[in-house]
Ligand binder design. Sequence first.
Ligand SMILES: Nc1ncnc2c1ncn2[C@@H]1O[C@H](COP(=O)(O)OP(=O)(O)OP(=O)(O)O)[C@@H](O)[C@H]1O
Ligand SMILES: [Mg+2]
Length: 469
Amino acid sequence: MLQQVNGQSSGSDAHGRESLREDLQAFLGGEAPLHQLDDLTKVNPVTLETVLRCLQARYTADTFYTRAGCTLVALNPFKPIPQLYSPEVMQEYHTAPQPQKLKPHIFTVGEQTYRNVKSLIEPVNQSIVVSGESGAGKTWTSRCLMKFYAVVAASPTSWESHKIAERIEQRILNSNPVMEAFGNACTLRNNNSSRFGKFIQLQLNRAQQMTGAAVQTYLLEKTRVACQASSERNFHIFYQICKGASADERLQWHLAEGAAFSWLPNPERTLEEDCFEVTREAMLHLGIDAPTQNNIFQALAGLLHLGNTRFADSGNEAQPCPLMDDAKCSVRTAASLLRLPEDPLLETLRIRTIRAGRRQQVFRKPCSRAECDTRRDCLAKLVYARLFDWLVSVINSSICADPDSWTTFIGSRGSPSRNPPSEKGREGPAQRAEPWVYCGTPGSSFPSSAPVSSPSTSVWARPAGRVRV
Ligand SMILES: Nc1ncnc2c1ncn2[C@@H]1O[C@H](COP(=O)(O)OP(=O)(O)OP(=O)(O)O)[C@@H](O)[C@H]1O
Ligand SMILES: [Mg+2]
């Protein structure tokens, strides 16, 4: 860092700055085109400018992966490039004698990790950390890795075991649309933003074939159920049920066409992620049958009606807040869809129970209007979080292998992205620290004027020792 002495740079610093400028000019004006630098450790001098210029040159040349030592930097191309992820490319990286000599690619990380599990006499588990700002491509990258392992770690010899492996892989891949429908939402930065963190563990047997998987989730942004920033949306699943329900289901779930729900902002926007059929199909493959699905969607519709339950000021502290006229029907519908008796539900929302005194006497105190709103929101968040946890447990029971049938794992962890600091009062990924695995967010420290037009994801793999998650 340049030091200032009495407002002036010291002589040696000025000299250092001059030589840095010369190095910079030599590097940027050098003979080798910048886009050919496939490893950022070859950048010299290493400054923010040189690194970003190099990444920009590669982006312009449609080259989206760059090594940075053992880390891989992935730029979001913002366009589909199917030929980059084709089965042929997977095979190329899988069968290459030295995949690290091929062009940098997410499959290099995948293959190296796979070989690390495979080659050691004493197998060592591996973990891949996928990190980056919102919209950088973490979820995309995790999906690519899962597809890669579904191909390379599935070559059982017998037809029967091949069928079993295929079923497991299909279930593992099916867990994505379900988790994304319930855990992703459209934000200002990403139409399909993951509002939770996850660690996916792919379980391998002694022959390094995938025998199962386990998903661990954390920091679900449950506040989103009851509070969405302007121009953002609630979790995809709410829009899916409203847009994709059949006429019968609409009747059953009280979701009339065009009905307005205060927890369903911007319903007019149609996204690729609004596909209810894909979610249903994936749930079915994971073993969640049609009646259970019906119960889930009914409860979600109940939450939407709960969101329309609004209270008026009581005017008398001793009396509970009355319901607004148009909310009476909402609370009744919510209670019936959530299968709760209406009166106790209303009592829970409007009356606080306090225990006080030596004998723990019970007092019932009517809540203020603001407190009623908070209690309603808390109830919705709690129901949604429980439902999400239940789904994760069902997914796990459907994809997890018998503990005796696997010996090593490859884990992939996507870090939840940060919300802009202006979104006050939010919980979930936005404000919570991540105490148990270090995960940098390089994107967040990029200056907004940086010449790179695409957010980047970094991916790195490391031995996970014998940790079982
Ligand atoms: N390699 C890629 N090829 C094509 N499109 C991509 C690629 N990476 C990302 N994208 C596009 O960028 C979008 C955002 O990526 P993604 O959802 O993976 O971001 P994210 O890092 O998971 O963001 P968040 O933290 O908000 O969940 C994707 O929906 C996809 O359209
Ligand atoms: Mg994501």
